[in-house]
Design a protein around this ligand. Structure first.
Ligand SMILES: Cc1ncc(COP(=O)(O)O)c(C=O)c1O
Length: 380
């Protein structure tokens, strides 16, 4: 039975057991190439006159199952999987804050290839209008933004983009399609670091892009095939396994983060805090409209600076000092010296990344244990 419900699609989507000896889980096709029945069959496959696989850089059944399932989950026509989130990221007009390596990638495009990039706070249409140039092609949005947890109004951006004939790419890594569906809000492409919540177990690096069939086919043929940043079949298989529990894990991440936020916000050592579910935040209404829950990430500033932030990290006992996010383990990091250290200091300041800022990816442990660990590290 085909279901349109998200939880069922996570488990059954885009996979026909009949074609795979009834194998309950999608099989792992751990192969680099595929043999042809005859030389002529090989010729036909290369010419695209006969369906079938040729070589795993051009396509692999396990990876295709993952891609088709991701397309269903995001409500897009097609998806392409990549060897990392960064391999899936490409665009040219960027929100003021983005993941550090995304910033690095855009800066490289600008310096080496002359692709001009403007980083701006997409607070309203006025800000977008001011940045718009005749040569602008794409608006690239991250929301919630890593690591400041600011939000961008996807509907506002896509409305503006339509009026000006621009494409919109949304990095949906922090929310996942369980909490937020940018394509339904008018975005053209969604990208993910599947390394995070989609995989969910901290054991792989992967990326996915989802969008319209003709565009994804172009990505597949021009970028993916020839540059070669493909996803390995085993990682696609792990991702298919992780995806099955996405909604359960996200519910728990969200609940745990809300629990921690409620306590963290009133701690005297905490100078400021950002969490999409904070009713006092200026984007709370937007979060309620755009996301079904508020996610598992919180960022907060301590009184003091780098010394205090590093001392806090060094006192943690349960939470791990690590970048990445969306794992079962609670992870804490210092964006100023870690994920966003590649961003120039003045830009870090503009983005709101001070040396006292910490980002916590609230894990799946018991929420009281997570809070007690953060508390003892704050009190220490
Ligand atoms: C929002 C966001 N986008 C993209 C990436 C890059 O993904 P990956 O590390 O899988 O290449 C990250 C990594 O932290 C991220 O947080």
């Amino acid at each position: 039975m085909k279901s349109s419900r998200f939880d069922t699609k996570l488990i059954h989507g885009a996979y026909d057991r009949a074609g795979h000896y009834g194998s309950l889980t999608p099989p792992l096709y751990q192969t680099s190439t595929y043999s042809f029945d005859s030389a002529e069959a090989g010729e036909r496959r290369f010419a695209g006159e006969e369906a079938g696989y040729v070589y795993s850089r051009l396509g692999n059944p396990t990876v295709h199952t993952l891609e088709a399932r991701m397309a269903e989950l995001e409500g897009g026509e097609a998806a392409v999987a990549f060897s990392s989130g960064m391999a899936a990221v490409s665009a040219v007009l960027v929100t003021e804050g983005v993941y550090g390596c995304t910033y690095g990638f855009f800066s490289m495009l600008e310096e080496r290839f002359g692709v001009e990039v403007d980083f701006l706070a997409m607070e309203d249409e006025e800000a977008l209008s001011q940045a718009l140039r005749p040569e602008t092609k794409v608006i690239y949005v991250e929301t919630p933004i890593n690591p400041t947890m600011k939000l961008v109004d996807v509907e506002m951006v896509t409305r503006f983009a339509r009026e000006h004939g621009l494409q919109v790419v949304v990095d949906n890594t922090f929310a996942t399609p369980y909490l937020q569906r940018p394509l339904a809000q008018g975005a053209d492409v969604v990208v993910h670091s599947a390394t995070k919540y989609l995989g969910g177990h901290g054991d792989l690096i992967a990326g996915v892009a989802v969008g319209r069939e003709n565009f994804m086919e172009q990505v597949r043929m021009e970028t993916h095939k020839d540059i070669g940043g493909i996803l390995a079949p085993f990682d696609a298989w792990l991702l298919l396994r992780g995806l099955k529990t996405l909604s359960l894990r996200m519910d728990r991440h969200c609940e745990n983060a809300a629990y921690v936020f409620e306590r963290l916000k009133d701690h005297p050592k905490v100078r400021s805090i950002r969490f999409p579910g904070d009713p006092a935040s200026d984007t709370f209404r937007l979060a309620e409209r755009q996301m079904s829950q508020f996610g598992g990430l919180i960022s907060f500033e301590l009184h003091g600076g780098k010394k205090e932030a590093q001392a806090f990290l060094n006192r943690l006992k349960l939470a791990q000092i690590a970048v990445s996010l969306g794992d079962p383990e609670t992870l804490c990091q210092h964006p100023y010296t870690m994920t966003h250290s590649v961003v120039p200091v003045d830009k870090r300041r503009e983005m709101g990344i001070s040396d006292a800022l910490l980002r916590v990816s609230v894990g799946l442990e018991h929420p009281e244990d997570i809070w007690q660990d953060l508390k003892q590290a704050l009190d220490g």
